[in-house]
Design a binder for this molecule. Structure first.
Ligand SMILES: *Cc1c(COP(=O)(O)O)cnc(C)c1O
Length: 344
């Protein structure tokens, strides 16, 4: 049997930082406990790696978006700890929820009826307090199909928690009104940024996602949140070019002097988009500026200040999320979830 060699690009996950971030967000949630949004394969960082770390840190409430995301999470945590944000769209999804004993988040009157018709049982209820995305309208709460639900967690979602917006106070007021309109055991409003808004926003359970994985949506969190994801890749070729030679597609970089350059094995197919042009990689203390355009599978670096870097060596792309967001104009959420599938 032949063994497949390891990939030449690596997404290093700092498990200690991930556990630290969950504990920090749990502590910042005041009297509430923190759960974890683990949708989109833990924002691209890997359910297999991240969910066991979150579980060992103490997390007991896990949120995915799709039913297709359930099996991977159930390999690590009991079904009663998993909730599916998109809820059941038809009888088949409701039947699946019952079969695996995972909790649906009911998002509409139609979903409430579907859930009751499938036999009912414990569920969460998402109420829309102003984001106008997913969630039952407050006006529908008195409906018998809603009043009959066995609601574990009444939830809502903040639209502007990463800003000092009047919307936040409007949503918390609307949420409090909803709480008196329907029976429920617990309440949950805050995402990562919502936790930073302070104790009032915690209720019983918070639902951080971004900040678990190193995102800093509000400056209040900067001192508490550590970077988790570190993209690295190998130099697969070095070459010398002369003054006047160009690098990459459309020849957007022209060398003003003879220089040594290196080709790194990752590119926009791995989620490192062309908006990284002008940034740099690092090797130890050395800065290795990106030259020309990012290709699908390769990025070319200036090795002028790194004479020791050669073919086969590993270099790192600085991925501190607030800085990377400024460089690329992508959001911190996009920078995580965009990372591709070729990383080891
Ligand atoms: C994704 C999501 C979260 C997590 O939000 P972050 O901003 O990543 O912390 C919380 N609640 C719901 C309903 C979500 O969809």
């Amino acid at each position: 049997m032949t063994t497949l060699p390891p990939p030449t690009l690596l997404l290093r996950i700092d498990r200690d930082a991930l556990a630290h971030n969950w504990r920090a967000l749990d502590a910042l949630s005041g009297s509430a406990r923190a759960g974890a949004a683990v949708k989109a394969n833990c924002y691209g960082l890997g359910v297999e790696t991240c969910v066991p770390v979150l579980r060992e840190a103490g997390c007991r409430d896990f949120f995915v978006a799709h039913w297709s995301e359930v099996p991977a999470v159930l390999r690590h945590v009991p079904p009663g700890q998993v909730a599916v944000l998109h809820g059941p769209i038809d009888a088949g999804e409701a039947a699946y929820a019952r079969a695996v004993r995972v909790r649906p988040v009911i998002d509409s009157l139609r979903q409430a009826r579907l859930w009751l018709e499938s036999g009912g049982g414990p569920c969460n209820l998402m109420v829309d307090t102003g984001i106008n995305r997913l969630g039952i309208s407050p006006a529908d709460l008195p409906h018998p199909a809603v009043q009959q639900l066995e609601i574990e967690v009444l939830m809502s979602h903040l639209a502007c928690a990463d800003e000092d917006s009047a919307m936040n106070a409007r949503q918390i007021d609307a949420f409090r009104t909803c709480r008196s309109a329907v029976r429920h055991k617990e309440a949950s409003l805050a995402n990562s940024a919502g936790i930073a808004l302070g104790g009032d926003y915690g209720f019983d359970l918070t639902r951080p996602g971004l900040s678990l994985y190193g995102g800093i949506p509000r400056s209040e969190l900067a001192g508490d949140i550590r970077q988790v994801a570190y993209p690295e890749a190998r130099v697969i070729q070095c070459r010398e070019i002369g003054a006047g030679e160009t690098v990459g597609y459309n020849a957007t970089f022209t060398a003003s002097r003879a220089m040594r350059i290196g080709v790194v094995s990752l590119g926009y197919a791995d989620g490192i988009l062309r908006s990284w042009a002008g940034a740099h990689f690092t090797h130890g203390e050395c800065r290795l500026p990106i030259l020309g355009k990012v290709s699908m599978d390769m990025i070319v670096l200036d090795l002028s200040d790194a004479p020791d870097v050669g073919e086969g060596d590993w270099v790192a792309l600085p991925y501190h999320l607030p800085d990377a967001a400024r460089q690329t104009t992508l959001s911190q959420y996009e920078l995580l979830t965009i990372l591709g599938h070729r990383f080891g």
